[in-house]
Design a protein around this ligand. Structure first.
Ligand SMILES: Cc1cc2nc3c(=O)[nH]c(=O)nc-3n(C[C@H](O)[C@H](O)[C@H](O)COP(=O)(O)O)c2cc1C
Length: 334
């Protein structure tokens, strides 16, 4: 059983934090598909400290998402601690996570994200200061190193543990790799063998079988899934069930996929406004449509939609078209 600090987590399947994706609308949907823990997209410490309006909106959590991990990023101790304290006292996040993996230059040049990976002493210092300032458990999500020549994954994870951190999530790539190559699960296993707090493995879990393999091969306490869940919360459900029973649940129908896509859309509209939500939903709609035969035209058309009505009509018409084609194929086969 995965337990982070005093937070009990029902199963080891964790939705990865993803900027521009993991807001409450998507997280709640994935939670309903059975994820043990959902992680929010990263939030700037400076944005929190200055009470920036858009940043404050990012702290919204629906109670049904519990337990949720809220990730902050920053490069300076004072603002990071102040932001963590604010989240601790003013949000219903169960866990506060610190980002030590973000590879993008805009973040690393402010000494935030993956930049920390070069200095275990800084990690100790920053994590200890945050742990001291808050009540909620503090965790860290990191990459395995900055580049091939600077892989301090074990020292960095041990620094988190010594500083009082309650868990580590480890993505088996370096900062320089960005998303290239394959994730290194050997490092994940080595880190697991060298720390005593829970380790969540991450990187390239694309199927329920991958999740099981990661658990078996590395001994991690949880598996974190990112890209495979985009437009595909069923993958989370299938993984939870597969780990429980060893059986693979079936694939959703096209209608089921579009129904969930529309639920996600309506949640996004409630969270933001229709104008923003529909634009943001275009990429999600394309992900929901992925793999459905004959989707090319509708995937392009999604990008022209600017109202709920347009997007919903487009998608429901597509479902009808697919179902009619299937009925025709079945009747001619008889
Ligand atoms: C669109 C996108 C946004 C991401 N944003 C974040 C983020 O805000 N914080 C973070 O720690 N990692 C972020 N990541 C990294 C993922 O959490 C995860 O580590 C990575 O995608 C590898 O896992 P996967 O192979 O299951 O996708 C992001 C990844 C993607 C694809």
């Amino acid at each position: 059983m995965l337990k982070i600090g005093d937070v009990q987590i029902d199963n080891p399947v964790v939705l990865a934090p993803m900027a521009g994706v993991c807001n409450s609308a998507f997280r709640l949907t994935v939670k309903e598909f059975g994820a043990g823990l959902v992680c929010a997209e990263m939030v700037s410490d400076k944005g929190i400290v200055s009470k920036n309006g858009r940043t404050m909106d990012m702290l919204y959590i629906d109670e049904r998402e519990y337990p949720l991990s809220l990730q902050i990023f920053g490069g300076e101790k004072e603002t990071l601690v102040d932001a963590a304290r604010f989240v601790d006292q003013n949000s219903n996040a169960a866990i506060i996570d610190i980002n030590m993996g973000c590879p993008v230059p805009k973040i690393t040049k402010c000494d935030a994200g993956a930049k920390w990976l070069l200095d275990p002493n800084k990690i100790y210092d920053m994590v200890a200061a945050v742990v001291d300032a808050v009540e909620k458990p503090v965790t860290v999500k990191m990459r395995m190193g900055w580049d091939e020549d600077h892989i301090f994954a074990i020292q960095n994870a041990q620094a988190v543990e010594r500083a009082g951190g309650s868990a580590v999530a480890l993505h088996g790539r370096t900062r320089v790799q960005m998303y290239e190559g394959t994730a290194n699960w050997d490092i994940i296993r080595e880190v697991k063998q060298n720390i005593n707090i829970p380790l969540i493995g991450n990187g390239d879990v694309q199927t329920p079988q991958d999740a099981k393999r990661m658990l078996d091969e590395t001994g991690v306490d949880g598996v974190m899934i990112g890209r495979a869940a985009l437009g595909n919360p069923w993958m989370i459900y299938q993984t939870v069930k597969y780990l429980e029973t060893g059986k693979l649940a079936g694939e959703p129908s096209v209608r089921e996929k579009i129904d969930v896509c529309l639920l996600h859309l309506d949640r996004l509209i409630a969270l933001k406004n229709e104008h923003i939500a529909v634009r943001e939903m275009r990429k999600h709609a394309a992900w929901y449509l992925k793999g459905i035969r004959g989707n090319a035209t509708v995937r392009n058309a999604v990008n022209e939609c600017s109202t709920r009505e347009q997007l919903a009509t487009l998608l429901t018409d597509f479902v009808q078209e697919v179902e009619e084609k299937m009925e025709l194929a079945e009747s001619t086969a008889v």
